[in-house]
Design a protein around this ligand. Structure first.
Ligand SMILES: [Ca+2]
Ligand SMILES: [Ca+2]
Length: 263
């Protein structure tokens, strides 16, 4: 137990010293590797002039105003996370929204358009990993569902709006068992994890983590240059706690902006 705490402590120190790298990495929305939708990965806005996305006249452009309106109207909120460079977002706003069936269904909502290039704090808060992402909140502001990717046809868009509370909410990152984690790490399935496999595993969980060699030395307790399941199990719990902890800390790692305080 003491060894494990010490290990976790060392990891925390290592992480603390690398926090700017994490802040830089995690400050940007990233594409979810598991995402099977047609969402586009967010990228930096290009310096060339891309015309801004124009929100429809009756949409909110600020989450707080949408939430306040929803509290009064007792409607659900639909947030559309978008950016000027997101072609699918532009398609939705120009070709889908405005169609009669869509307009009629949108009357059940307080819609709000969020430009992730201008409002990174909301994108981080909702863990947006691809554009467009639609997040549905009930009138009390609680998330009830989300959809990543753009339904390109009006009827599909209406279906998405109607099915809002049966859509999958964001899956929380969960701990996996030691055996599952070992399987993931042991890429060639020979029942031992070598330095390369371990480095790959650690980096896949903690991007830019620079200490995999030291970690490997600590996990490889018998110094055989490979890690077996027993060795892996001894350390994996501490590692996974660290992964989960870092996931939780992601949003707080940016310098606070004024609307970070709102919720
Ligand atoms: Ca192996
Ligand atoms: Ca070993």
């Amino acid at each position: 137990m003491i060894v494990r705490s010490l290990f976790l402590g060392l990891l925390m120190i290592a992480v603390a010293t690398t926090s700017p790298a994490f802040a830089q990495q995690f400050g940007k929305p990233v594409i979810d590797e598991d995402s099977k939708s047609d969402a586009q990965p967010p990228r930096k806005a290009k310096p060339q002039k891309i015309p801004e996305l124009t929100p429809p006249a009756d949409w909110h452009t600020d989450l707080n105003s949408a939430k306040a309106a929803a509290a009064k109207s007792d409607k659900d909120v639909v947030l559309m996370f978008s950016a000027a460079w997101c072609g699918a977002c532009r398609h939705v706003l120009t070709e889908v929204v405005g169609q009669d069936s869509v307009e009629k269904t949108l009357e059940e909502f307080e819609p709000v358009l969020i430009n992730v290039d201008k409002d990174r704090s909301d994108a981080r808060k909702y863990g947006v990993r691809g554009l467009p992402t639609f997040v549905f909140l009930n009138s009390s502001g609680k998330e009830i569902g989300r959809s990543v990717g753009a339904p390109a046809a009006p009827d599909r868009f209406v279906t998405m709006l109607k099915k809002r509370d049966s859509l999958q909410p964001a899956a929380p990152r969960k701990m996996i068992t030691d055996e599952e984690a070992f399987k993931v790490a042991d890429a060639d399935a020979n029942n031992e994890v070598n330095q390369n496999e371990f480095t790959h595993y650690v980096k896949s969980r903690l991007r830019n983590f620079p200490f995999s060699e030291q970690l490997f030395g600590m996990v490889d307790t018998n110094k055989s240059n490979t890690i077996d399941l027993d060795e892996f199990k001894m350390r994996n719990e501490a590692l996974q706690k660290l992964f989960v902890e870092l996931q939780k800390r992601r949003p707080q790692r940016q310098a606070p902006k004024k609307n970070d305080a709102d919720s």
